[in-house]
Design a binder for this molecule. Structure first.
Ligand SMILES: Nc1nc2c(ncn2[C@@H]2O[C@H](COP(=O)(O)OP(=O)(O)O)[C@@H](O)[C@H]2O)c(=O)[nH]1
Ligand SMILES: [Mg+2]
Length: 391
């Protein structure tokens, strides 16, 4: 679910990596984590993974600065691919702004690929979203495996719409960032068409022609994404931007209509300090994310998202994680010392820890966790932390 802070010209978008079990979604996210400069990403959070199977989801916040004058925050999620986890997939997909479909190139995985794509379409329809109008890119993953099907065959079976697609090897990282850049660009274009994202200022006209991708124009959005996403390369691999993966948007995409009516699932959300009257009627930020310092915005959104979906355990975990990070702004030392400096109630913190140990949580437990988180955010705010220079 996108949200926009007009004063900071900051947009937060949610991108979901979708696909059958074991196609390489978690590996793709890990590669992004390793590749993006630490200053531009948060920690990768894997919720309830067992061995290398994702049972709930993986989450990675990434920040891209100054895309057409906006700071873009990407909240990247994976879904569990196994057929029986559809309820979880629906939850994770809620409010997504775009999807990277990770297909497995091996012949024996074709049925699973088709099934997963059909499942994506069904789950989007339940949310009132039509896949053919939704920002989507495809990774043809595991290209390194010798028996991988030819891309033409994969396209014929899985990409009738000609959305941007990329040959990828998530293990080495080849192509993964190209796919991420493409989906980011499509999402921003889509939000711009829906008038969620402010138009670029005069000096940066890269996406001025709405709905007509200009990926290879060399400057503007594309160059800025490259600069900010491909800053660091994992050892042993070539910089992702220079690899021989499929060119971005090599073929025209019909995914973006030239003029689209405002879509109900995307909401403009404005921090309370700025709320202009023109935006009344839109759903406001949740209280925790409205208070969150920008480094913890995605965590607060994740906690609120889990709360509103009724997943109280995940909400509490996300609050505990954000609490730790929030307290750390007070400097080094134990959590107790950090809490003391910030005048956060230590007893509340202790109670929050005990909630995590419970086997099941109720709505009031999760509400309490959000309350503690908000308390920390407001104390940080009062203390002027984190200092602006740290950003
Ligand atoms: N050969 C090869 N193996 C891969 C690639 N991407 C992922 N894998 C492997 O496939 C398995 C499943 O990957 P994972 O990312 O956990 O799949 P997920 O279920 O989609 O999250 C793991 O053993 C990965 O190491 C790839 O591009 N090439
Ligand atoms: Mg996984």
């Amino acid at each position: 679910m996108s949200s926009v802070n007009l004063v900071a010209r900051e947009v937060a978008v949610k991108i979901v990596f979708y696909g059958p079990g074991l196609s390489g979604k978690t590996t793709s996210l890990r590669k992004i984590y390793e590749t993006v400069r630490p200053a531009h990403r948060g920690e990768m959070m894997s919720i309830a993974t067992e061995g290398d199977r994702t049972l709930f989801f993986d989450f990675l916040p990434v920040k891209v600065e100054r895309v057409n004058d906006c700071t873009v925050r990407l909240a990247l999620y994976t879904v569990p691919g196994q057929v029986f986890y559809n309820a979880t997939r629906k939850l994770v997909l809620q409010g997504a702004d775009g999807v990277v479909f990770v297909a497995d190139s091996q012949p024996e995985m074709m049925d699973a690929n088709r099934e997963s794509l059909a499942n994506l379409e069904e789950n989007l329809i339940e949310q009132g979203v039509r896949l053919e109008r939704f920002p989507l890119v495809i990774q043809w993953n595991k290209r390194d495996i010798p028996k991988a099907l030819p891309v033409a065959e994969l396209r014929a079976a899985l990409n009738p719409r000609n959305v941007p697609d990329f040959e990828t090897e998530a293990l080495s990282g080849r192509g993964v960032l190209d796919a991420l850049k493409a989906i980011t660009r499509l999402v921003i274009q889509d939000l711009r068409i829906k008038r969620i994202v402010p138009p670029p200022r005069a000096a940066t006209p890269a996406v001025s022609s709405m709905g007509s991708p200009k990926a290879s124009s060399g400057g503007g959005l594309e160059a800025q994404l490259s600069q900010h996403l491909a800053g660091r390369t994992a050892s042993g691999t070539a910089p992702a931007a220079a690899t021989a993966s499929a060119p971005m948007v090599a073929r025209p995409s019909r995914s973006m209509p030239a003029i689209a009516p405002p879509q109900p699932q995307v909401q403009v959300q404005v921090a309370p300090a700025v709320a202009p009257p023109a935006l009344t009627g839109q759903r406001p930020l949740g209280p925790a994310s409205a208070l969150a310092p920008s480094d913890l915005f995605d965590h607060a959104r994740a906690a609120e998202g889990a709360f509103s979906s009724g997943d109280y355990g995940t909400c509490i975990q996300a609050c505990i994680d954000a609490t730790r990070r929030g307290l750390a702004f007070a400097g080094e030392g134990t959590m107790g010392a950090q809490a003391h400096l910030l005048r956060v109630d230590g007893a509340d913190l202790l109670r929050l820890q005990t909630l995590a140990a419970r086997s099941s949580n109720r709505v009031d437990d999760a509400a309490f966790a959000l309350y503690v988180l908000m308390q920390i955010f407001s104390r940080l705010h009062a203390a002027g932390l984190p200092a602006p220079a740290a950003e």
